[in-house]
Write a protein of this length. Structure first.
Length: 454
């Protein structure tokens, strides 16, 4: 965590310290459970909580001060208070000012799927040659992004930060904080469509990133995507292209599923780069190509890129593999949407296992009026393939099951469960050593709870 001057923070957010200004601030926090001694505590408020109620806990843990609403009557003498109009806005303002203060080159990553993987891979590639900062975990919203920026070391040369969104206007707001020099859009699909109405509206929201990249910046796009031409036309910066097989600056010319290798051609030099794939699937090769393109533009050598990609460790519950009683479990249940569901299930179907393959699937959230159609369509896609069995969980799982039946799948191998507990007990009694289980659903489904029953 970097250190700050208390006076500087007040200037950045327009706040006033009372009764006095701490000389030094050792990092920031909005959570008393993880707050460290010397941190500045931000008393944020939400629908179900008020951070001001935890001031005592923050100071008990050694907070050097707290950012609070100035219009609240707080009779508090245990520590220094930075009084502002809105603590959350103060957090954003301080982060925006710190981003300028550090002066690092900033790469922003957004997309409907794969953005966390692309962010992690890109940061890993760049860190092999440059001091690199990146988003902490999945802190990609109006609170998480500022906290990630404020954890960036002052000597950082380049930062890779993820921009998430589920409502119109969010990307624009995040760009005002981060002021990106580079922009990456991984793909576009019907994610959070409940709040946008159409995939086209989602694409336009993602395009806000491109409008905020300056002319002397860089943009990396996959030319295979349906919105490539739109995105390219909106960028005033130079566009670097990648593709799974078509003509592009970086093109995948071969994937060897036996050797777990991919070959990427760099048009400018004619080099063919070979690396061992840690994650299966064409979509993950595309993810890696984003990182390769950024790395090469920053002068990273091929051997450094290879070492970075081959040592990549996926984030928890993103194709996380483990073995339980001789059964292979692939936990991809961190999140799900119609796009990521299809590519992940397709990839699982291509894997070689000693025994049978089982699917355990839950619902996809925030689909609005398209909720039934998207789940039913996914079911049809799944039902046309061969599986040892499919377990559909919850109310939304019923919609998937209806589509699976329409797809012609054997009904005797399709199991409906009310909740994760029932699904866990069922699958535990069905699988045997050598089998493989694939778990996927939206985060709110907590499908990983099923593992407790295996």
């Amino acid at each position: 965590m970097p250190t700050f001057l208390g006076k500087q923070l007040a200037e950045w957010c327009g706040g006033v310290w009372e009764p006095a200004c701490p000389e030094r601030v050792d990092g920031v926090s909005n959570d008393t459970r993880t707050l460290s001694r010397g941190n500045l505590y931000f008393a944020l408020t939400g629908k179900n909580f008020d951070g001001h109620e935890f001031l005592q806990a923050a100071f008990d843990k050694g907070a050097c001060g707290a950012v609070v609403k100035k219009d609240l009557k707080i009779d508090y003498s245990a520590g220094q208070l930075l009084k502002v109009d809105d603590p959350e806005k103060a957090l954003r303002d301080i982060a925006a000012a710190y981003r300028i203060h550090v002066g690092a080159e900033i790469i922003a990553v957004t997309g409907s799927a794969g953005k966390s993987t692309v962010k992690e891979m890109t940061a890993r590639v760049l860190s092999s040659a440059l001091l690199t900062a990146s988003t902490r975990g999945n802190w990609n919203n109006s609170i998480g992004l500022p906290l990630s920026l404020l954890s960036m070391d002052k000597s950082t040369k380049v930062g890779v930060f993820e921009l998430g969104m589920n409502h119109p206007g969010e990307i624009e707001g995040l760009c005002k904080i981060i002021r990106p020099d580079w922009g990456i859009i991984t793909n576009v699909g019907p994610v959070h469509i409940e709040f946008f109405g159409s995939v086209e509206a989602i694409a336009n929201e993602k395009a806000s990133l491109l409008k905020n990249v300056p002319k002397d910046g860089m943009v990396v796009l996959c030319s295979d995507g349906g919105f490539f031409e739109l995105f390219k036309s909106l960028s005033t910066a130079k566009v670097i292209t990648i593709s799974a097989g078509n003509n592009a600056d970086y093109r995948c010319i071969r994937i060897d599923h036996v050797k777990n290798e991919a070959v990427i051609n760099e048009k400018k030099t004619g080099d063919n780069f070979v690396y061992r794939t840690v994650l299966p699937g064409v979509h993950n090769v595309i993810n890696a190509m984003f990182a390769i393109a950024v790395g090469r533009a920053h002068g990273v050598e091929w051997n450094q890129i290879r070492a970075a990609l081959e040592s990549y460790v996926p984030l928890p519950m993103r194709w996380e593999q483990q073995e339980v009683r001789g059964i292979k479990v692939i936990n991809d249940a961190y999140n799900a949407n119609p796009l990521s569901m299809r590519v992940a299930i397709q990839t699982f179907g291509e894997q070689k296992v000693d025994g049978d393959k089982w699917l355990v699937l839950g619902g996809m959230l925030e689909l609005g009026e398209k909720e039934f159609d998207e789940h039913f369509s996914l079911g049809e896609f799944i039902g046309g393939k061969n599986w040892a069995g499919i377990v559909a969980v919850g109310r939304l799982g019923e919609f998937i099951a209806q589509g699976i039946e329409r797809g012609g799948f054997d009904k005797s191998l399709l199991f409906m469960c009310r909740d994760n507990d029932e699904a866990g007990r069922l699958i535990a009694g069905k699988v045997k050593q050598g089998d493989a289980i694939f778990l996927k659903a939206s985060r709110g489904m907590h499908l990983e709870e099923i593992l407790e029953k295996l």
